[in-house]
Design a protein around this ligand. Structure first.
Ligand code: SIN
Length: 301
């Protein structure tokens, strides 16, 4: 093999065969209260027939939760809801998170992403939200207010499918290992040294298993991400970096992804425990305004 090929990332030709069983599992699902239209074989489904602004009874909530755990990201169109309705919907799934770094909307639990020629989109790296917290989020509900005519899509990847598709020797290598997650290389960069030290006291580096088990489905998924994971505990720096690089490479496989094209009043509700996302920053200098409300989850185990 040539030196160029040796140094290249591993090449995979042909089908990712385990996707067939994921698709079969999803094909067998049925829901009474709404229609579900899958958007890719692994994850992502449009939900039709639900008005997110209306109060939700327990049976509808339970069906939506089941759909969320199975499809991992749910899409809704034409939801012209108020901020209070947005928050009320999210609150049916758990307590709401207040983000200590991102800009607020009208209430502390609302994160407002208002991008224009000066405030540019920087969420274009694969990540799982707030993995630097001891208790990261269960999920988020993101609503579009203003979107470019083209561009500004968001992509999600199925971290269960990523884990399942890893070679057996790599699965063995990460089994039982802990990775450390830290806010300093992202949000920390905008802080003064004193501010960073202050936030550090509140948010010390978080230790999470590299392989996490979903608290509802019981399925395993890979839980490291490019922007918040600093290193693998107990490995020399170069080995930790190499191992994470191999894992990140698998996260970027297109077969495990879904890509959502936003319209005004579209809503995406994702399971942050089993997915990562990437907001495409390809629309500058056009405007893109979104609001996110995030639900607190549980300690990864
Ligand atoms: C985020 O990373 O939560 C933002 C996603 C987006 O703006 O599409």
């Amino acid at each position: 093999m040539s030196a160029a090929l040796e140094s290249h990332r591993p090449i995979h030709y042909g089908p990712r065969r385990h996707i067939a069983s994921i698709r079969e599992r999803l094909d067998a699902l049925s829901f009474d209260r709404f229609e579900v239209v899958p958007q890719s074989p692994c994850l992502g489904a449009e939900v039709r027939g639900v008005d997110l602004g209306k109060p939700m009874d327990d049976a509808l909530r339970a069906e939506l939760e089941r759909a969320l755990v199975e499809y991992k990201v749910l899409f809704f169109r034409d939801q012209s809801i108020t901020q209070a309705e947005h928050a009320a919907f999210a609150k049916r799934f758990g307590e709401l998170e207040v983000h200590p770094f991102l800009p607020e909307g009208e209430a502390p639990e609302v994160i407002r992403f208002a991008k224009d020629e000066d405030v540019v989109g920087v969420e274009n790296n694969w990540h799982s939200d707030v993995s630097w917290r001891e208790i990261p989020s269960l999920g988020s509900v993101l609503r579009a207010y203003e979107v470019p005519a083209v561009g500004g899509d968001t992509l999600w990847t199925d971290m269960e499918a990523v884990y399942e598709g890893l070679p057996e020797d790599l699965k063995k290598e990460i089994d039982g290992r802990i990775a450390v997650h830290d806010f300093v290389h992202t949000f920390g960069l905008a802080l003064s040294e004193e501010e960073r030290a202050e936030k550090r006291k509140q948010f010390p580096p978080a230790r999470h298993p590299i392989v996490r088990t979903h608290p509802v489905s019981g399925r395993k998924c890979l839980y490291v991400n490019t922007i918040f994971t600093s290193h693998v505990e107990g490995l020399p720096e170069d080995e930790s970096r190499d191992l994470l690089k191999r894992l990140y490479h698998e996260t970027e496989v297109p077969e495990y992804q879904v890509r959502f094209r936003w319209e005004k009043d579209s809503v995406a509700f994702w399971d942050n425990r089993s997915t990562q996302h990437y907001a495409s920053s390809d629309y500058w200098p056009r405007h893109r305004v979104m609001e996110r409300i995030t639900i607190i989850g549980d300690r990864p185990a």
